[in-house]
Design a protein around this ligand. Sequence first.
Ligand code: PLP
Length: 405
Amino acid sequence: MRPIKKSAKLDNVCYDIRGPVLEKAKQMEEDGHKIIKLNIGNLASFGFDAPEEIQQDMIRNLPNSAGYSDSKGIFAARKAIMHYAQQKKVKGVGLEDIYVGNGVSELIVMSMNALLNPGDEVLVPAPDYPLWTAAVSLSSGTPRHYICDEGAGWLPDLDDIRAKITENTRAIVIINPNNPTGALYPDDLLKEIVEIARQHHLIIYADEVYDKVLYDGVEHTAIGSLSEDVLTISFNGLSKNYRSCGYRAGWMMVSGDKRPAADYIEGLNMLASMRLCANVPGQWAIQTALGGYQSINDLVAEGGRMRRQRDVAHELITSIPGVTCVKPKATLYMFPRLDPKVYPIQDDQQFIAELLQEEKVLLVQGTGFNWPEPDHFRLVFLPHVDDLKEAVGRIDRFLAGYRKR
Ligand code: PLP
């Protein structure tokens, strides 16, 4: 029989967060093993429940949700998002500039599909949330990774950004707060990125899906608030701030000077129409979430569950010889470094697979986030403190064996 092959469009597409090691973990679970999962930021599965009022509002609106909605989203959701843009000081965002999607993920792919032609380049951070790199490749563009500097708290290296701009560069992606590093970008840096975009006529894509998951009293600035001219597409949603990954409710909003982008915006509108609309029950949750009690603040405050888990995980992981880690200021993640002199890892996917096999702990390897060296991994600090202690204890034991090899 003639083999059925996947499209060549997928040749350079990689999404290792749900890659082969996860498949192996599923198999092990089927075989009866209990695995501690520090691999995915799926809050509900660790007992971080979605706010009750969101659930109730979705249930109440279910009878109104059986029909398709406007392709860009229901009025109530877009009105609430418009107000949110105003709160974040992003100017000039009207109802028509907002697109509600099945999570941010759908909109990331849509925004790249509408933009790119073969040969077009997009600047993407390394490390990144790998959907961005994958979406650029799937849309026939070329991702060009700029380095985020671990020595500078994982902030983007502006010289590297400048060095990687060519005549084919169309856009720059920033992920702030950052997955996988937990970094939060200061205003001065954001302003410099805006200036680079202005000079080189780049669109800014700002993934701000963790903008409320902030520790130690830090504040988030939306990059869209820092200019009224640079075309900026900002992404946000309920998945993380409101612990509602499964409701699939996200949005993107277009700010800056839209006049030169009329054709691109027509492309976005066409793709939004082609998929008819986003899941309507999830859309109903948006207004309630944005306008309701912001219970995330209790989780990230001193004594709050997320903050405590971040502190415990960071303290434990950095007490292992040869492991260092920038302490996250935001998000659910940290990105520890394994000193290559102590741990001469050649293939970090294999390293993660061995850890899973030997200690039943699941992490994601750093190269899965387009980090160029096999010397990092991402740790999700969502499990309860006792599970985190157990998990990091097992990682410690595994690494002790590695040091003796
Ligand atoms: N962007 C970042 C940085 C993420 O970490 C994630 C999910 O982990 C997403 C986007 C996808 O979010 P959604 O659930 O809204 O599709």
